[in-house]
Design a protein around this ligand. Sequence first.
Ligand code: ATP
Ligand code: MG
Length: 871
Amino acid sequence: MTAKEIRESFKKFFESKEHLIVPSAPMVVKDDPTLMFTNAGMNQFKDIILGNATPKCRRQADTQKCLRVSGKHNDLEEVGHDTYHHTMFEMLGNWSFGDYFKKEAISWAWEYIVDVLKIDPKDLYATVFEGSPEEGLQRDDEAAAIWEQFLPKDHIINGNKHDNFWEMGDTGPCGPCSEIHIDSRSEEEKAKTPGRELVNKDHPQVIEIWNLVFMQYNRKADGSLEGLPAKVIDTGMGFERLVRTLQGKTSNYDTDVFQPLIKAMAGMAGCQYGDDEKKDIALRVIVDHVRAIAFAIADGQLPSNAKAGYVIRRILRRAVRYGYTFLDQKEAFIYKLVPVLVEEMGDAFPELPAQQKLIMKVIQEEESSFLRTLENGIRLLQGVIDDTKAAGKSEIAGKEAFTLFDTFGFPLDLTELICREQGMTVDEKGFDVCMQEQKNRARNAAEVKLGDWVNVKDAESEFVGYDYTEYPCHIVKYREVKQKKGTAYEMILDQTPFYGEMGGEVGDSGVLVSENEEIQVIDTKKENGVAIHIVNKIPAQPEAEFMACVDVERRRAIESNHTCTHLLDQALREVLGEHVEQKGSLVTAEYLRFDFSHFEKVTPEQLREVEHIVNARIRENLPLEEFRDTPIEEAKQLGAIALFGEKYGDKVRVVKFGSSVEFCGGCHAKATGQIGMVRITSESSVAAGVRRIEAVTGAAVEKLMDMAQDLQTDLRALFNNAPNLVETITRAISENKELQAQLDEFKAQKAAMFKEELVKAARKINGVKVVAGVLPIEPQNAKDMAFQLRTQFPENLLVAIGCAVGGKPTLTVALSDDLVKDGKNAGQIVREAGKLIQGGGGGQPHFATAGGKNADGLKAAVDKVIELAQL
Ligand code: ATP
Ligand code: MG
């Protein structure tokens, strides 16, 4: 069976068991603060499992794009070195939300892999939870008994809490799990060592393929467990591992999922997969990582310097580094694999072909810039190595290695590799200490302590904020949030007009008012489908009825900016072309930011045109047309624009202003007239192929225009209210230039005059001509004068000129060369004489200057020069 057929057979099987087949959620997570990327199939059902949402069907199944490179699941270091852990992989899963439980979950898993896929049962092992006395938990005999119907007892293995008890997080749903492992060693090896001894022992041929989780408890903040009202089945099977088993391979990379990519990469590097273990690892790393990066970009996560973007950047850099070090790739190469990936996976994941150009461009740019970093890093490292060697040591300090890593993104293993080539080592312990210190600093700053939810009222939370900004409500539950900067509280309401931050739109703020209390709502966030109000205190009477009041002025400004974002999106497409696609947005009360795909700078003319189009639509006062709970197919027929990487349900909300039609859950103006006006304030680049514009609307434009007008008025006043300011200023500038030229000429003439007078007044001391005096000229003129005099009187000459410009005195001293030869030194003289003007200076033996602070001392300083010259 091909990979494609295997994927389909899984869906078909669970469809036959009355499961609803749902699409994969995006890999990039947007509304869960505990998670950056989807790392398991259950993530997209978290709101259902937590009881925040009702499932549309109690049995569901899918294949989910997962990424395990951060947080609880981080397989990054394994990837490439083993043959069955990936960064990005597909997880096949089936779910029961309060419907079937262990019996069906186990029997169907068995039926699928043994009856449908014909995997030999003698190669299969199942693990069950052995129990935990300190938690008061028994062995999962229930699961074991079900397995005994299919497997002999010696194929059922007890597992500990670490492997066989699943938890969502520190708190929340949890329960025992049962994993299916497969032994794909040769018959010979199986005879030598029974498979049961190798289960969960990291043997590359005895691996876990499917995990069945039985959620039946809820873990509270104090660590205790309570029963979960609606039990949940959550299963996850690694698709690539299943494909490998069915295709009779011993490595995931030998399947048709990875072979085309490996062939392409090996071709580029001029090597053969399987010839050299080091190169093979590099090939595996690269073909694994290109999938993760391409899918992340397709889901809207560009590489960047922070959070999820930084994780993607690190994955990409890891791939570049392996290519650079082991496959001799010195120029961007990973992006060239994208067409192969699109060819292989584009059918199942249409977001890939749709954005191929952008994906390639972003990857290529990232690669090139990291390769430059690598080169700089290598140069810096060479400096460190040389210094270390010169100091007679053979070990690079951990701190140096850490600086290279932290500041220049230069990885430790590469540092070690380069050092090893030159007979050096790296103090790894020192490196770890630095790393740990940095982690501790970050952790201390970010630490939060969450209390248990305190239930007040049994109700679901409903958002009423599209229609109301004030609404009566009751508190459903609340909890304490302790952070370094202080304690706040999170609160969920049964009905709320407060919009929780989502889709780039910031959350509402405002107040909750009861008969005798008022509570500040500082912010509102959307987490796992529920609006969480961040408040400053818990009311004395939590059961009371409250009036929830949104800060209306702020909300209106947010609405205007959000609606304007839609109009801009549309106008950009009209002006720049249909390739323009939203790549991110931020909508606040103060301004809006909009990122979109476009491959060059937007010209000022184009920006103007966009502004004009949007402002015209604002003046048209197009009314908001809203379609709530619209079936997704109908929405698409309306021509609504969906975003890649966004998770949509079956029913969506469509927001329409004239011909702008978008899928959108945000808050909008009732008609475009509310926006007042838009002004684009900046256009810049965010990443290769992605531009960013920022704009303001309404009162903010007014403020901007006030500022511009005030500036103009002030300027005009400065120029006697000239009617044509630009012409007047241009003229003033050129006049000024002319005057400056004249002035320079006059100054030179004046200096020449002074020089003549000075020469006339020169004294002779012991045969030396002493040209000295204090003059009202510039230091530059004094310098010119000194050199002219040196040419005019090549022998027996001493020049000492004091001058002051704007109160700043300068002393200039020059000697003819014969006097210098006699041992006199202008530099020394000026340093000493300069003290009289409270200054210092120096120069050469024949010419030197000193600047000072005390202009009154100039005359004395000039006299001192003559004295010091000892003529
Ligand atoms: P392992 O011990 O092999 O790392 P796990 O216990 O982390 O697996 P689960 O969290 O139970 O795995 O995930 C469910 C299934 O997803 C696993 O049985 C496995 O088939 C697959 N899987 C897990 N991690 C990866 C990965 N990094 N790459 C590919 N498949 C994976
Ligand atoms: Mg794992």
